[in-house]
Design a binder for this molecule. Structure first.
Ligand code: AQP
Length: 333
C-alpha cells in the first residue's frame, strides 16, 4: 500500500498477552475502525512486546490468531488496512537495536509502565521489559506514522518516541516523522475491582476486567460486582471512581453524554445502572463474538492475511530501515 492519496498514516498495535478487554476495545480498536477510511493504517499484533512478560508459547500462538480475528470482527478491513504480526517483519527489531543506542538509560528508567510491570513481575525484570519503549518507538517510526491512536497509558511512550525521533533527526538530518498521539474518550477504562487503576488484560483477578469474549451472563455478573461507593446517585464526581468509570463505559457504548446518563438514571439506584451498563456492553459485543467464532474456524484465511499484509508492511519498513542504516554508517550491499 503506497501512500498515493497523501493520506496521513497511522500505526497502532495490541499485545497478545491475554484476552483483550473492553479497555483495549474502547481505548484503541473501536477508534481504529473510524479511522480506516480517512487514513492509511497499519495495525499490528505486537507479539514481540508480549514476551517481555513470560508467556506460554501455545497461548501466545493462539492469541496471535485471536487478535487478528478480533481486529476483523471489530470491523477492521484487512483489504483497507495493513494488518500483520510484528515478528513477521524483522525491520521492527532491526531498527530497535539502532534506536536503543539513541535512547537514554534515564529516559527508560522514568517510564511508568516499566515501574508498574517490574513491580508486578519482580522475578523477571528483564532487559526487554526495560527497552520495550524503544521497540515501540521503532514500530511507529519505521512507518513514518503521523498519528498513533492509543489509550492514555501509552501517552508517555509516544512522548519518548517523539524525543528519540527528534534526537536522531538532530544528529543525522530529517529521517523520521515526529508522530502525534491520538487519544479519545475511552482512553482510560479502569478496573471494575479497583477503579483507580487501569483495566488490564493480564490482571490476575478476572472480575477486574471484561474480556471481549465473555458471555452475557459473565458480563452482567462482573458489572453487578463492580466496586462503587455508598452515595447511590449516578453522576460524575471526584472520589466516585467506580461510577465515573461505569459512566465512561456506558457513554462509549451508547454515545450518550454525562447529562443524558444522569437524567436517565435519576431516582434509580446503582443496581439499575450497573445492569444497563452490563446489558449494553453484552449487546455490543455479541456480534463481534459471533464473527470472531466464525473467523477462528478459518485459520487458513487468517494466515493468508498474515502473509499478504506482512509483505506490504515489510516493503514500507525497508525504506526507513535502509535510510537509517545509511545515515548511521552501515555499509550497504
Ligand atoms: N484500560 C484501558 N483503557 C483504555 N485503553 C487501554 N489500552 C489498554 N488498556 C486500556 C490500550 O489498548 C491498546 C493495546 O494495549 P497493549 O496490548 O499494547 O498493552 P497495554 O497497554 O499494556 O494493555 P493491557 O491490557 O494493560 O495489557 P497487559 O495487561 O498485557 O499489560 C493500547 O493502545 C492501550 O493504550
Amino acid at each position: 500500500m503506497e501512500n498515493t492519496q497523501n493520506k496521513k498514516r497511522i500505526f497502532s498495535g495490541v499485545q497478545p498477552s491475554g484476552n483483550l478487554t473492553i479497555g483495549n476495545y474502547l481505548g484503541a480498536i473501536k477508534n481504529w475502525t473510524t479511522l480506516q477510511d480517512d487514513y492509511e493504517c497499519l495495525y499490528c499484533v505486537v507479539d514481540q512486546h508480549a514476551i517481555t512478560v513470560r508467556q506460554t508459547p501455545a497461548d501466545l500462538r493462539r492469541r496471535t490468531y485471536e487478535i487478528m480475528a478480533i481486529y476483523i470482527a471489530c470491523g477492521l478491513d484487512p483489504e483497507k488496512n495493513i494488518m500483520y504480526v510484528q515478528s513477521h517483519v524483522p525491520a521492527h527489531t532491526q531498527l530497535s537495536w539502532v534506536l536503543n543506542c539513541y535512547t537514554m538509560f534515564g529516559e527508560l528508567s522514568r517510564m511508568t509502565q516499566f515501574k508498574d510491570k517490574s513491580s508486578k513481575n519482580a522475578d523477571n525484570i528483564n532487559a526487554g521489559l526495560f527497552t520495550y519503549p524503544t521497540l515501540m518507538a521503532s514500530d511507529i517510526l519505521l512507518y513514518q506514522a503521523d498519528l498513533v491512536p492509543v489509550g492514555e497509558d501509552q501517552r508517555q511512550h509516544i512522548e519518548l518516541t517523539r524525543d528519540i525521533a527528534a534526537r536522531f533527526n538532530s544528529v543525522y538530518g530529517d529521517t523520521f516523522k515526529i508522530p502525534e498521539p491520538y487519544i479519545t474518550k475511552g482512553a482510560k477504562i479502569n478496573s471494575l475491582a479497583e477503579p483507580t487503576k487501569k483495566m488490564s488484560k493480564s490482571d490476575p483477578n478476572a472480575n477486574a476486567y471484561v474480556s471481549l469474549l465473555d458471555n452475557k451472563d459473565e458480563i452482567i455478573k462482573k458489572f453487578r460486582r463492580a466496586v462503587t461507593d455508598s452515595d447511590a446517585v449516578v453522576c460524575r464526581a471526584e472520589g466516585k471512581d467506580g461510577i465515573n468509570n461505569l459512566m465512561t463505559i456506558y457513554s462509549c457504548f451508547t454515545g450518550k453524554t454525562d447529562e443524558e446518563i444522569v437524567k436517565e438514571f435519576e431516582g434509580k439506584g446503582y443496581g439499575d445502572f450497573k445492569l444497563a451498563v452490563g446489558q449494553v456492553c453484552a449487546d455490543s459485543l455479541a456480534p463481534i463474538q459471533e464473527e470472531f467464532e466464525r473467523l477462528m474456524k478459518d485459520k487458513a484465511y487468517l494466515e493468508q492475511i498474515f502473509k499478504a499484509n506482512s509483505e506490504k508492511a515489510a516493503y514500507l519498513a525497508r525504506k526507513t530501515l535502509s535510510k537509517v542504516y545509511r545515515k548511521v554508517g552501515f555499509v550497504q550491499i
